[in-house]
Design a protein around this ligand. Sequence first.
Ligand SMILES: Cc1ncc(COP(=O)(O)O)c(C=O)c1O
Length: 397
Amino acid sequence: MQQLPGRHFLQIPGPTNTPLPILAAIAKPTIDHRGPEFAELGLEVLAGIRSVFKTANPVVIYPTSGTGAWEAALVNTLSPGDRLLMVETGWFSTLWSKMTKSLGFEADIIKGDWRSGVEADLLEARLREDKAHSYKAVAVVHNETSTGVTSNIAAVRRAIDRAGHPALLLVDTISSLGSIDYRHDEWGVDVTIGGSQKGLMLPPGLSFNAISDKALAASRTSRFPRAFLGWEEMLAANVKGFFPYTPSTNLLQGLKVALQMLHAEGLDQVFARHARAAQATRTAVRHWGFEIQCSNEAEYSSTLTAVRLPVGHSADALRHEILERANMSLGNGLGPLADRVFRIGHLGDFNNLTVTGTLSGIEMGLKARGIPHSPGGVEAAMEALAGNLPPAALAAE
Ligand SMILES: Cc1ncc(COP(=O)(O)O)c(C=O)c1O
């Protein structure tokens, strides 16, 4: 492929753009993973990552993509044949339930419309019916990356408590961690699954399990065979900052800087920046006259917006046009949404100009493809951003 001039706009909903300070940290010489310098790094990132999950408990860091951390959550806490209750919010919840079944667990699925999130009342009703407490875990996706819908995890917790059900709560935060408010301890989550390549602004390759005391206790009685993904050896080695096998040294060097960057900005400011970008994006989409895949305003995602094109227009052809002509990647529609929606990523390392640049690339693409729309979406987004600028202290820095 011909090299296009200018910086590529990577506006898919993850992996996201990696900022230069993080790239520079990853590019530093690899260090001895059994030496004192590594121990210091290990202790720093293992402690620092807890603040992003908002937990005082241990967080395990795997050298795998997010899928590995999904599997780790299951094999560490459950036993062969155990039953789970899962909620179908879109493509990623579906993949997770497929994995669950492939591993030999039983998964009951609460069906969804791929346009809204977890319905806490429905979940509560299903748990109340389970008088024998046969469900060992409830598994949900916090931010469904295929649809741009964020579920209310505090409400899920309350539903489980109201039903008086002892099931563990497993939550996937792969496309929300470090971008949308999330509270592992306060919301009583037992295992939170995260990934490096989205809000943490790192390349793909690291994933996480934040672990509650209850999940840790479950892992001690779990009879599922596990080796590489087992928590026990990992947690034992982590006490001194080490890993039971060769860790992703350079990605961990990057993680150290990512954590510093998130804390320097302040997590609340980071969440507000994402919310502003999402709001500006929706303003443009509505102005163009398109429908947003998420049908519930209370569940709009701050990290991505999935846009439905009018019937008869190919979302993939639009994305292709934009890639070729504007050097920008947008997310494709997944599963039944293939070619029907395109997804705008507004997460990780970006600012107001990244948002307006992204939207202008889309608006030019719409024009080039002859897709009927009301021009001026970018201006409408600029208005939304101008009336809602970040605090002066941040702007002045
Ligand atoms: C919500 C969610 N869960 C799980 C995954 C799978 O993670 P990975 O591709 O890193 O294995 C993704 C990937 O985008 C995701 O967005």
